[in-house]
Each structure stands twice: as structure tokens, then as C-alpha cells.
Design a protein around this ligand. Structure first.
Ligand SMILES: Nc1ncnc2c1ncn2[C@@H]1O[C@H](COP(=O)(O)OP(=O)(O)OP(=O)(O)O)[C@@H](O)[C@H]1O
Length: 231
């Protein structure tokens, strides 16, 4: 169990909706080994985004535990969770979320500056080169393609050297060729820097690029995982 960077036990997240309850996660035992690339698939509303939010400390569970990189997120204060997210987790979303007035380079180093940390320029340049963005560093987001914007968002997610990358439908706005390109580069960068990836996708072709596929239905894992994962 020691090499598990992510581990949830009996994780539940219930939302109150009117008089009823939505069981978004209903007892999830999920684990990811360090350096592993796991794809989470499932129908709309099955609980994928909720799971990612729990892993990234963006929301708290109703019950159960979430351990990431040796830390029990449930025991962390709000402030510690903020620092944890900034330093340990790289988020990538479908809509890129780049700051429109900042150049690609400024967007990429933004989380490091937010943290008041040292900018390792060699490392940033390597990431930009790997993601084929070295000629676009001075461009504003609206001047570059969707695929390039997503690659910039990936570079930004990698910039703080996080232990884990959490990606929610990162290729949802891209065509098939661009999706494979972006995912291939993300995979290569993560392997190079030994980062773990948990990626949500509807796309079975994209899921096939992962080391392991986990399927969620109605807040429960129905395929591909358990506490014996990866053994
Ligand atoms: N804040 C909330 N309040 C009430 N219900 C919620 C809330 N957030 C999510 N849900 C519900 O929880 C369930 C799981 O939602 P979630 O967003 O995790 O699904 P998903 O698998 O990511 O879906 P999609 O593929 O459409 O993004 C859904 O029924 C959703 O409507």
C-alpha cells in the first residue's frame, strides 16, 4: 500500500436536493500508484467530477477517507488544504481557464508566483519545449489554437512540480487529432517528471491511453479498481 499516492476508503458524497438526497459517490474504494496514469470513465452524472473534487481537496466528503501523498485530507484545515492544492496538485479543466490578459509564459508561471515560490526557469523551459510551446511563450491565449491553449494549461498544471495531475475532460473541446496530441504530450511529460495522472474522460480512445481504466456507475466503481489495484 505504501506506493499508493491516492487512496480513498468507503468514500461517500451525498448532496441534499430539495427533499431528496443525491448519492454522487456511494462508497468508493479507489487507489492510484505513484507514477500511474488512471482514466476514470462513466456516464454523465455517474460521479466522476465529484470524485476528482474530493481527490483535489476542492470539496469535503460526507463520510469515508481520502489520502493523497500521505495526507488525510479530511484532517486538514481550510488553509492547509489551500496550500496542499497549490503545491501538490495540478488541475486541468476542459475550458483551459487561462488568464486572457497574460501571455502563455505568464500563465504558466502564475501558480508559482501565487505561492511566492522560486521559478525554476530551466524546468519551465523544458516543459514548454516538451509541450511544443517554445515559440508561443509571448502569445496571449486568444492568439493560439485550442490545442495550444490546452497545452499551455497543462504546462501551468506541471509548473509547480505537483505530485498528482487531476484532469477533468481535458480534451472535451478538441478534435480527435488534437486530443491525442495533447494527451500524448501530457503522458510524456508526466512520465518524465514521475507525476501521477487521474483523468476523467467520456472518450474510450483517450481512456485507452491510460495504464488503467476505472469505470463509475451511480457513484460506485463497477470496473477496474479496488484496494488490490495494480497488483
Ligand atoms: N452541488 C451539487 N448539488 C446537488 N447535486 C449535485 C451537485 N454536484 C453534483 N451533483 C449531482 O451528483 C451527481 C454526480 O455528478 P458529477 O458532476 O460528479 O457527475 P459526472 O460523472 O462528472 O458527470 P458529467 O460527465 O456530466 O460531468 C449528479 O447526479 C449531479 O447532478
Amino acid at each position: 500500500m505504501e506506493s499508493m499516492i491516492v487512496r480513498t476508503e468507503r468514500l461517500k458524497k451525498y448532496y441534499r436536493l430539495g427533499a431528496g438526497t443525491v448519492k454522487a459517490l456511494d462508497g468508493i474504494d479507489f487507489c492510484v500508484k505513484e507514477g500511474e496514469f488512471v482514466a476514470v470513465t462513466g456516464k454523465s452524472g455517474s460521479g466522476k467530477t465529484t470524485l476528482l473534487q474530493m481527490l483535489g481537496g476542492l470539496d469535503r466528503p460526507t463520510s469515508g477517507t481520502v489520502h493523497v501523498d500521505g495526507k488525510n485530507l479530511a484532517e486538514m484545515s481550510k488553509d492547509s488544504l489551500t496550500v496542499f492544492r497549490r503545491r501538490k496538485v495540478g488541475f486541468i479543466f476542459q475550458n483551459y481557464n487561462l488568464v486572457p490578459d497574460l501571455t502563455v509564459y505568464e500563465n504558466v508561471v502564475f501558480p508559482i508566483e501565487l505561492d511566492g515560490a522560486y521559478i525554476d526557469r530551466d524546468y519551465i523551459e523544458r516543459i514548454l519545449f516538451m509541450l511544443k510551446l517554445q515559440k508561443k511563450t509571448e502569445a496571449l491565449p486568444h492568439m493560439i489554437s485550442g490545442g495550444e491553449q490546452q497545452r499551455a494549461a497543462i504546462a501551468r498544471a506541471l509548473a509547480t512540480k505537483p505530485s498528482i495531475i487531476l484532469a477533468d475532460e481535458p480534451t472535451g473541446n478538441l478534435d480527435t487529432v488534437a486530443s491525442h496530441d495533447v494527451l500524448g504530450l501530457l503522458k510524456m511529460a508526466a512520465e518524465e517528471f514521475r507525476q501521477t495522472i487521474v483523468l476523467i474522460t467520456h472518450d474510450q480512445d483517450i481512456a485507452q491511453m491510460a495504464d488503467r481504466i476505472v469505470r463509475i456507475e451511480d457513484g460506485r466503481i463497477v470496473k477496474g479498481c479496488g484496494m488490490d489495484a495494480g497488483e
